[in-house]
Design a protein. Structure first.
Length: 118
């Protein structure tokens, strides 16, 4: 299964609507990085509202996606993080220091727009 990545002007929007398995997470990572490069995207909003739990591998992939996107010049905002997901990320020591968060996709877009000074 592939996770859709939508382009909105200079941004990419991702709404993960399913629980992630290892294969889907790795494919998402690859697809997102290719889209950032192809589109020259300045920012990415990843909506995790539908993701109720994650395991250690998915948490690591998510952290890697954020770091890799940053290295490619795309600011990431995570939205809709559920309590269990937040606890797992902290318990596993996944540090998302350069990542902004927002409650929902709309607020995530506003925050991304503000942080990029546009």
């Amino acid at each position: 299964m592939r996770i859709p990545i939508l382009k909105l002007k200079k941004y990419l929007l991702v709404s993960i609507q399913t629980e992630l398995d290892d294969h889907t997470a790795l494919k998402f990572q690859e697809d997102l990085l290719k889209e950032i490069h192809r589109c020259g995207s300045l920012g990415v909003v990843i909506d995790l509202t539908s993701v109720k739990v994650i395991d250690s591998f998915i948490a690591k992939v998510l952290g890697d996606v954020v770091e890799m996107s940053d290295l490619m010049g795309a600011k990431v905002v995570l939205t809709g993080i559920q309590p269990a997901v937040a606890m797992t990320l902290v318990e596993l020591g996944i540090l998302l220091r350069n990542v902004s968060t927002a409650l929902n996709l709309e607020q995530g877009l506003i925050k991304l727009h503000q942080e990029l000074g546009e």
